[in-house]
Design a protein around this ligand. Sequence first.
Ligand code: 13P
Length: 259
Amino acid sequence: MTVKPLIVGNWKMNHDYVEALHLTQQIGVVLKNKSREHVDIAVAPPFVDIRSVGSIIESERIPISLSAQHVSMFESGAHTGEVSVNMLKRLGVKSVIVGHSERRTMYGQTDEVVAATLQAATRGGLEVIFCCGENLEVRDSNDHLSFVSGQIDRAFSGFDKKNFSMVTVAYEPIWAIGTGRTADTEQVAEMMAHVRSELTGRSMPDTRVLYGGSVTADNAAELATTGHAGGFLVGGASLKVESFMAIVEAVDDCYARNR
Ligand code: 13P
């Protein structure tokens, strides 16, 4: 456990800008009372909240960074409904989630679009949180390792090596997202080792590999230690200050002990 873990709250399509402001302020208060120096923290609010959340982070000096849930692979122009890398950068966004299974399955995001978005984002100076993970059918047929390898292959074909340091990978098995059915520590450990060996083969040995899928304060510490997750991408439990900060606290405590 050498690289500082990253915990990202993916708010998905939850919290309007007033609720988002409130939650960010609450996170700020908790961190002011006890800083968490062994973890990096980010939140990924809906686009319409980004400006106000960013302003609060800056004015209250809250030690968390701002992430976005999606970005266009195009620079500008006739792309109704899309938001560009530069637009996000101007708002202080540091990273963007790319290839989330919800975008792949519900909004037709193909491997080609994922690959092009990874390139566009990093070229423009945004870090990326690249999501991969199998559905239940693939898991049940025991093809999960090769499936994830294929996703990684296709995402990083043509990716500029000099931007590898801007990549975080998040393994999110679809069957564990929003289901309350977390992958167990053995399953997570197996996939963490597999993804890391894939990345090492691509000269990306220091890339952080996160786990996502029904993460809570009850399972986070074990998934970080025995499961070797390098942090978490958190959905449901990131929507309330208590549950999100309890995960931050659990991971910070176990990294503090293991230093
Ligand atoms: P849940 O934590 O709600 O399962 O969501 C995980 C996720 O999809 C984060 O991106």
